[in-house]
Ligand binder design. Structure first.
Ligand SMILES: [Fe+2]
Length: 304
């Protein structure tokens, strides 16, 4: 065993030590990280001063890379400048391509505010995301925490009748739904069409741990066969249940942190910070390749 663990929260999460992420990993080390992710849902590595190249190399150990919301930003006729050499490295910052701190009215700031709603990265696409890896480079003096909740724990805390009611349900997720909720609707037809909606069962079994969990979040906008108002209220109620403050891990960032979370069985949200201060984090994300052919709505309905 290479890794040692310290719990982050009674429900889930661990700080891991014993691994230098700037160096290539062997197969046994990769397997150890995957096993820890299956157990804990989120893993924190402190003191890892990763360059973009090193972060991308580390991420590639765990699967193909996800482009995610970048496909909206890169839609024909609207490509926005990107600060990194890799399209797959998301710029979680308030910094413009020229290096200046962005004005709060800028498209970049406005679009990123939706990250403060509880969500799973890239749940709006098929295949969806598996791991997100967020690396802290520059931090503001106030705010900007990231919060996490474990959806396996949330499932376990539901009563049996609610669980039975939820099992057959399939939700539709859309990339711009959370933006629209905030009144951020300045997207072109090409951007709106860039990522078609994806459907996922609300209840799934996490293949790594074998545990059942909820799969919800701010990208979910409807439930198949359910009146829209009832569906949105149910999704809101589930989100409130799943993110009860007693069951949330609040991460206070330190420069050099790399935090990995499994989007399949956790939700997260960013928190507000002073937008006049520079904040720079870099996110790389892996695709959940098996999800391309798993959880198709027809299959979910048959299993119900
Ligand atoms: Fe996110």
């Amino acid at each position: 065993m290479t890794l040692q663990f310290r719990p982050l929260h009674p429900d889930f999460g661990a700080e891991a030590s014993g691994l230098d992420l700037t160096q290539p990993l062997g197969a046994a080390q990769v397997a150890e990280v995957v096993a820890a992710m299956d157990r804990f849902g989120i893993l924190l590595f402190r003191g890892q001063p990763l360059t973009p190249d090193q972060q991308m190399a580390f991420t590639r150990h765990f699967g193909p890379l996800d482009l995610g919301f970048r496909r909206v930003k890169n839609a024909p006729g609207s490509a926005q400048p990107h600060r990194f050499a890799y399209d797959e490295l998301a710029d979680i910052s308030n910094v413009e391509a020229d290096g200046s701190v962005a004005r709060r009215e800028s498209r970049k700031i406005v679009s990123n505010i939706a990250n403060q709603l509880w969500h799973a990265d890239s749940s709006f696409q098929r295949p969806r995301a598996a791991y997100s890896m967020l690396h802290a480079v520059v931090l503001p003096s106030w705010g900007g925490n990231t919060e996490y909740a474990d959806m396996r724990n949330a499932w376990d805390r539901l009563d049996a009748r609610t669980q039975a009611m939820l099992r057959p349900l399939v939700a539709e997720h859309f990339a711009l739904h959370s933006r629209f909720l905030l009144g951020d609707d300045g997207y072109t037809p090409a951007q709106i069409a860039a990522i078609p909606p994806a459907k996922w069962p609300i209840v799934q079994r996490h293949s790594g741990s074998g545990r059942e969990h909820l799969y919800i979040g701010a990208h979910a906008r409807a439930i198949d066969g359910m009146v829209l108002a009832e569906a949105r209220m149910l999704l809101a109620d589930l989100l409130e249940h799943a993110t009860h403050p007693d069951h949330v891990y609040r991460h206070q960032w330190q420069v050099g942190d790399l935090l990995i979370w499994d989007n399949r069985c956790t939700l997260h949200r960013g928190r507000a910070y002073d937008l006049s201060e520079r904040r720079e984090l870099r996110r790389s994300t892996t695709l959940d390749a098996e999800s391309e052919h798993r959880f198709l709505p027809e299959e979910a309905l048959q299993a119900a």
